[in-house]
Design a protein around this ligand. Structure first.
Ligand code: FES
Ligand SMILES: [Fe+2]
Length: 350
């Protein structure tokens, strides 16, 4: 299937991959507060109940459609501002003051999680898969810092492939590295890794390997086609940057970088980590800077792939194999394969 096929997920403004998407930073949602969040075209009210748990519900009250973010958090439930109906943390109506008893209605709730200082929402029908993580840090307790928040004039998939666009490391980032990626398709995630050589003319490479003349690890793990976790550095010091992206209106991107480092013990460890997170941010900025303008104007269409674009093609195929949902409604979209299977079984029945 071509990357521009009508049904494919890649670079498609009308559909996206089922998965975990970032909603808002954890620290922006205090206990007892509710926020309006628009995620992938759907309006939500996200609140933190007294137990500290985050609850995400569809925004509009089933009574008359008031936005529930205008309401008040009560216990672990939410009470609509307009006529004071109350819903519990499963979205079930538990109080209608004018009736003196609840009515059999409910609002749709969505699974949430908190990781790396961010609130994530599972957008999908099936049981949630793993939250995005950096492969080396899956079981590791980490310090983190939110980096830059940004908007780009292109699709999240297009922005993400920048990290495995081997050729552009030379032409844009002045990293004369020889990059060939090994990839591992993990079903929901895909990783591209390599050990690079060369690059001594670059200040970045000199910075991350003082006295270190051998290899520098560079690997990228993609989750749901929208979040990329980067691992970069020599063996003795890896930097970790998460590019958490989501599609906004018109197939554009809203993103947030998250800088991560493993926890180090004591006050000294805390201080060292502040410094390391700051340094990680500089590394992230180095990569973000050179390409900024091209993502404002690109009309992505990989018409003439070369050998150096092999990883990009692999990523496109991976994204197109994932389960698709519709922008705004979050309804499942049948893949061309499912449609074909269904069609052939119907013809058999006839
Ligand atoms: S609109 Fe919510 S209670 Fe009436
Ligand atoms: Fe780049």
């Amino acid at each position: 299937m071509s990357s521009t096929s009508q049904h494919s997920n890649f670079n498609n403004p009308t559909q996206f991959v089922e998965g975990w998407y970032w909603a808002l930073p954890s620290r922006k949602l205090k206990v007892g507060k509710v926020k309006a969040v628009t995620l992938l075209g759907r309006n939500l009210a996200i609140y933190r109940g007294v137990s500290g748990q985050v609850v995400a519900v569809d925004a509009y009250c089933p009574h008359m459609g008031a936005h529930l973010a205008e309401g008040k958090v009560e216990g672990d439930g939410i009470r609509c501002f307009f006529h004071n109906w109350k819903y519990d943390d499963r979205g079930i109506c538990v109080d209608v003051p004018s009736q003196g008893k609840p009515l059999p209605v409910c609002i749709k709730t969505w699974q949430t999680a908190e990781q790396y200082g961010m609130i994530w929402v599972w957008v999908g029908e099936e049981k949630p898969s793993s939250l995005p993580f950096v492969p080396e840090l899956e079981q590791v307790d980490c310090d983190y810092m939110l980096g830059t928040r940004f908007i780009k004039n292109c699709h999240p998939n297009v922005l993400l492939i920048n990290a495995i666009d081997a050729h552009h490391f030379n032409t844009v980032h002045n990293l004369p590295l020889e990059i060939v990626f090994d990839s591992q398709d993990l079903n929901k995630a895909i990783t591209f890794s390599n050990t690079t050589r060369g690059g001594d003319d670059s200040w970045l490479i000199r910075l991350i390997r003082p006295r270190y003349r051998n290899e520098v690890t560079y690997s990228m793990c993609y989750w749901y086609g929208s979040t990329g976790t980067v691992t970069l550095g020599p063996d003795f010091l890896h930097f970790y940057i998460i590019f958490a992206l989501r599609m906004i209106e018109g197939g554009k991107t809203e993103g947030q970088t998250i800088l991560v480092t493993p926890k180090r013990p004591g006050c000294l460890g805390w201080g060292v980590n502040r410094g390391l997170l700051w340094l990680t941010q500089q590394v992230g900025n180095y990569f973000a800077k050179g390409d900024t303008q091209v993502f404002q104007t690109i009309q992505f269409d990989l018409k003439t792939p070369t050998k150096a674009d092999a990883s990009i093609l692999q990523f496109i195929q991976h994204v197109n194999r994932q389960k698709a949902l519709s922008w705004g409604t979050w309804e499942a979209i049948d893949s061309p394969e499912t449609l074909r299977d269904r069609h052939s079984s119907t013809s058999l029945m006839l």
